[in-house]
Design a protein around this ligand. Structure first.
Ligand code: SF4
Length: 122
């Protein structure tokens, strides 16, 4: 991780979230993001720089410890990651849908940190 901190230009790109095909989307109300595979979730979580003063946490309306959550996903500790989400948030399934893109992700020093839906890690 320290190597990534020194060279942001070499930082791995965001892992795109797989999404339901638009032709299928118009037929119903099923979830558009399909969720990451375990490998994708760990790769995305591995992009976190584990900042000393994480702006993502102060930007989060429910103060989720996002670096801790991402560290647990990165290490494959999914139950711990789910518990971290629930520590300060009683609606963890709602959080990624309404909060991350507007607050946490925009505060992230990487500017576009992906959201990892809870269903991807539970
Ligand atoms: S601001 Fe971004 S890179 Fe820094 S700890 Fe938060 S999620 Fe990780």
């Amino acid at each position: 991780m320290s190597e990534q901190k020194r060279n942001l230009k070499a930082h791995p790109p965001r892992v795109p979230m797989p999404e339901r095909d638009p032709a299928e989307r118009i037929l119903g109300f099923d979830e558009v993001p399909l969720g990451y595979t375990e490998e994708q979730a760990r790769a995305e979580a591995d992009r976190c720089l584990d900042c000393k003063n994480p702006k993502c946490v102060t930007g989060c309306p429910v103060n989720i410890n996002i670096p801790k959550f991402l560290r647990e996903v990165r290490e494959g500790r999914y139950q711990d990651a789910a518990n971290t989400l629930r520590e300060t948030n009683s609606l963890p399934a709602v959080w990624p849908r309404v909060s991350c893109k507007k607050s946490n992700a925009s505060r992230c020093v990487l500017k576009a940190f992906a959201t990892i839906p809870l269903q991807s890690v539970t």
